[in-house]
Structures are given as C-alpha cells and as structure tokens.
Ligand binder design. Structure first.
Ligand SMILES: Cc1cc2nc3c(=O)[nH]c(=O)nc-3n(C[C@H](O)[C@H](O)[C@H](O)COP(=O)(O)OP(=O)(O)OC[C@H]3O[C@@H](n4cnc5c(N)ncnc54)[C@H](O)[C@@H]3O)c2cc1C
Length: 496
C-alpha cells in the first residue's frame, strides 16, 4: 500500500517541543536526546515505524472516517466481533515489540477516548457545546494519530480527607479562574505514565467527588509543552541502566511515571470537555464504554506480557537443566494455565460483548473479573519464575565491562556454563530475566500491575457492581423452592 502513515521519525520530531521535565536535579527540554528518556522514546517511535512498514500497514492501520488518512487501528471503533478481533491482533503486534512492558503505549488512550466517543449520546445529554469540544478533539487526535497520556487520579496526600479538605488548596488540581478564553487550573495530578513521550495529556477525574467539589470535576486536553505544565519525573531506570546487555528492558522500555503539575495553566474553551460537573466527571468513564475500553486494552497488553514471562520461565528451566523434573514441569504447567487464563478472559470478553451505539463493546463483567484476577496474579506469577531460577538470577557478572578483563572473562565463561547454549548466552538470558523479575524496573512493574487500574477495593467494587447477581441468586432460589419445611416434616412422619 502506498499511503502516508505516521512513522517513528515523525513521532520523535513531534516531541522536540520544549516541554519542561524535572529529573535527576536538572530540567530536560528534549526527551529525544536525554539519557533519562531517549531509548524509551525510540521504543515508542518503533511502534509508529512498524505501522508505517508496508508489510504491516494493513494489519496495523485503518482509514480514519474523518480525514480519510491511514491511522493506527487503536483508533478504530469496531462495529462487530470480527472487527474487534482484527483490532486486537494489531494491539498484540504492537505489544509484542516491548513484550507488554509499555503500559501506556499510544493504544491505551486511543482506546479510552474511542470508548468515550461511543457514548456521544451521554456527552450530548450533558451539554452539546462540551460534547462538540470532545468530539472535535477525538477527531483531531485520531486524524493526527497522536500519542496521548492521561492523568485521572489525584495525588494521595491525606486519604482521610476529601479533595476539598486538604490543607494546601493548591495541591490537587482544580479550577482557579474562568474567563472568556477558558479555564485556569492549578495543582497536581498523578500519575502521568508515558507523559515524557506523549504529545498531549488528557485530564479528568475518575475518583468519586462530593457535590461541593465541582472545581475538581473538569476534563480537558492540552499539549505537553503548554505554558505552566511541569512534568516531575520519577527516577529514570533508563538513566541508571548499566548497558543494554545488563538491563535490556529498563534501558529501552522505561515508559516513565510522573507527577503533572499545572502551574496556572490556561486551558482554551475548545479544549474543555467537562466543566466543573461532578456527575459528568464520573459519567465520561462509566456512562460511556470509556472505562471498559481503556481497561480492555490493558488486558490485551498484559496477556502478551504474561506470555513473555512464561517464556522466561521455560527457558530458565532449560538453561539450568531442571526442565525434566516433575515439580518443575508442574510449576511451568501452572504458569502456562495462568497465562492462558488471561488470554481466555480477553477472548471471552470479546465473544460475549454487546453492541452499544453501533460499536462492539467487550463484556463488562468479564473485563472487571480479569482485572481482579490479574491484579492479584502478577506478583505471584513473577515470584514463581524467580523460584524456578534460584541463584542464577544473582550469580551474574556485575557488568558487561567485566568481559573486558581477560582473567575475569575466563572465570565468568567457566562458571556460567549451562545445560543449553554457551556461557555468554546464559549470562545474556539471566541479565534479561533479572531485569524482568528482580530489578527496580521489575519492582515498578509489580506495582504498576497492582495499581494502574485502581487499588483492589476499587477493582473488586467494579466486579461486585457488574456481576449478574440475579441469575446467581435465582439458582439458589430455584433450589430453595424445590422443597419445604412442611414437606420434609410430613415425609419424616411417614418414615420416608
Ligand atoms: C506505576 C503506576 C502508574 C500509574 N499510571 C497512571 C496513569 O498513567 N494515569 C493516572 O491517572 N494514574 C496512574 N496511576 C495512579 C493509579 O491509578 C493509582 O495509584 C490508583 O488508582 C490507586 O490510587 P492511589 O495510589 O491513590 O492509592 P489509594 O487509593 O490511596 O489506595 C492505597 C491503599 O490504601 C488503602 N485504601 C485507600 N482507600 C481505601 C478505601 N476507601 N477502602 C479500602 N482501602 C483503602 C488500600 O489498601 C489501598 O491499596 C499509576 C500508578 C502507578 C503505581
């Protein structure tokens, strides 16, 4: 196909916009060259290069209904089950490039906004003017194939107090002024994962607010370089990675997490989607398929990641020569079944989905069940792979540079022999395994999988609210109505 598709070079160029990032005691304006971010930026660019590759254009892109241009399938709103599967396969291909380690890859927000867009009737019912702003923005983001991130949670501060009760009024982002041009917002939101490499940030409020907390109930989108927007990065694992050989994952897929501080940012009216309305702040996620669709993408990504971790487990057992031991095979069988269970959730939620406003939306309760299941699964899954590896994960040269000392290289090669492969293959493999299972990057991933969709009480609450309880309790009632106390008494009297 000879068509124009956004590629990696264009994505990298779009990030040279003088955004403001605080990291490691300095201010970074160009993420494409800074050692804290440049490799991860390249990994995100690779997604666009892949979709622009003539061999992948059909699989990974589709024609935008508004511009007629070819854009990522992540923006496609499937009309039926078959289109859903085609779209999912595109998302899997993208996730396989980073083995699921980039949680907020561009398909996450494309999914979130597509889901909210399916619910345009809810937007219209809220306010036609803001509905138009949202729909115009959706078209703009889709037609330009933008990489968006979002901040929809407020900083923790003091959880015993509501947003409006916090001591420092300027800490949680709120509206501080409103004029003919737009809103002025001040304060922080967490956590802008991938914000360092995104084009724009979508801002909203997912957590419950009280009726008097309207000033926190806003939704809008702004470019990352808008005046007053400050990105406070966490420690960069990429910057502290020893080398690509020592830290192949953290050196390349550290998508970053950051507090986003709005230092009196002026949001033009055309970019405001929800203006100080508590009900619509919640409704944009839960009265549209937005929340379902963003988390459906997350499960697709996670199923790729678990497959990768299962692969690590199998290769670990082969390399250290334990693969034939029945308990090891048992452990591998358990890991395989857990990884397959997540796949089954994805396929099941697609197959049992429903049509909403002409779009095919995955089954809500199966999605929330998958979230509860995987949130608890991940840390244990990783631990089981560690269990299979034993000391192999630790008995490793301190750095690739140790190979430059002749005597050390000889001893490393002698002590790293393996059941399969060369000693250097073994070191290469276990360096990657440690990065996935035990490094600081790995630990952040355990935290990510536990919290990206909310704490356990939140995901379990969603499951509680969406299960088909009636059909469950009907079964119980059906049994209860098949016998009576009186009937049993009279049968007993007759000696039956
Ligand atoms: C790595 C990472 C990446 C993230 N990326 C993003 C992102 O891209 N965009 C974004 O908007 N957000 C992001 N987040 C934020 C994430 O959505 C929140 O961490 C999550 O919603 C939980 O909120 P919290 O951290 O404030 O924890 P809290 O809600 O404060 O919960 C912490 C713990 O306190 C207890 N607790 C608190 N309240 C209750 C209650 N009412 N009932 C029972 N127990 C309670 C529970 O033990 C709970 O686990 C990210 C978080 C992490 C860790």
């Amino acid at each position: 196909m000879n068509v124009q598709v956004k590629n990696g070079t264009q994505h990298i160029e779009s990030l040279r916009d003088e955004r403001v990032i605080y990291v490691g005691g300095k201010i970074v304006h160009d993420v494409t060259t800074d050692p804290a971010f440049r490799n991860s930026v390249k990994s995100s660019a690779r997604l666009y290069d892949l979709q622009a590759d003539p061999d992948y254009i059909v699989a990974l892109t589709f024609k935008s209904p508004t511009s007629g241009g070819q854009v990522s399938r992540a923006w496609q709103i499937p009309k039926n089950y078959d289109e859903t599967v085609t779209r999912r396969k595109a998302l899997v291909t993208w996730a396989e490039t980073h083995c699921g380690f980039m949680g907020r890859s561009p398909d996450h927000l494309a999914s979130a906004l597509s889901g909210q867009y399916v619910g345009m009737d809810r937007w219209e019912a809220y306010d036609p003017k803001f509905a138009k702003n949202f729909s115009d923005y959706f078209h703009y983001a889709r037609d330009n194939d933008l990489f968006l991130t979002y901040v929809i949670i407020n900083p923790q501060i003091d959880r015993s107090k509501e947003a409006s009760e916090q001591q420092d009024e300027d800490v949680i982002m709120r509206v501080v002024d409103e004029d003919s041009e737009g809103l002025t917002v001040r304060g922080a939101k967490m956590m802008g994962t991938s914000s360092v490499m995104a084009n724009e940030v979508f801002v909203a409020n997912l957590q419950p607010l009280r009726p008097n907390e309207e000033k926190y109930a806003v939704s809008f989108a702004v470019p990352m370089n808008i005046k007053g927007l400050k990105i406070l990065s966490r420690k960069s694992f990429e910057a502290s990675a020893e080398s690509e050989f020592d830290n192949p994952l953290s050196s390349r897929y550290d998508e970053n997490d950051a507090v986003i501080y709005f230092d009196d940012v002026k949001v033009p009216w055309e970019r405001v989607f929800v203006n100080q309305n508590v009900d619509m702040a919640r409704g944009q996620f839960h009265d549209t398929p937005g929340h379902i669709y963003q988390n459906y993408q997350a499960q697709i990504r996670l199923m790729v990641k678990l497959k990768f971790l299962a692969g690590l487990a199998k290769k670990t057992a082969e390399i250290i020569g334990t693969i034939k031991l029945p308990p090891v095979q048992g452990m591998l069988g358990k890991l395989a079944s857990d990884a397959a269970a997540v796949e089954a959730f994805v396929y099941g939620m697609e197959a049992s989905g429903e049509e909403v406003n002409g779009a095919w939306i995955p089954n809500k309760h199966l999605l929330y069940s998958a979230q509860v299941f995987t949130q608890e699964l991940y840390a244990g899954f990783v631990n089981s792979v560690r269990e299979l590896a034993g000391g192999a994960l630790i008995m490793l040269p301190s750095s690739v540079n140790d190979y430059s000392i002749e005597d050390a290289a000889k001893i490393i090669d002698k002590t790293q022999s393996a059941s399969v492969g060369t000693p250097r293959d073994r070191v290469k493999f276990f360096k990657m395994a440690w990065d996935a299972l035990g490094s600081e990057f790995a630990s952040r991933h355990a935290h990510y999988e536990a919290f990206y969709a909310g704490a356990q009480f939140v995901t379990r609450g969603n499951s509680f609210r969406t299960y088909g309880w009636d059909s469950a309790t009907d079964l119980v009632d059906q049994q209860l109505s098949s016998y009576t106390l009186e009937g049993s008494l009279s049968m007993n009297k007759k000696g039956v």
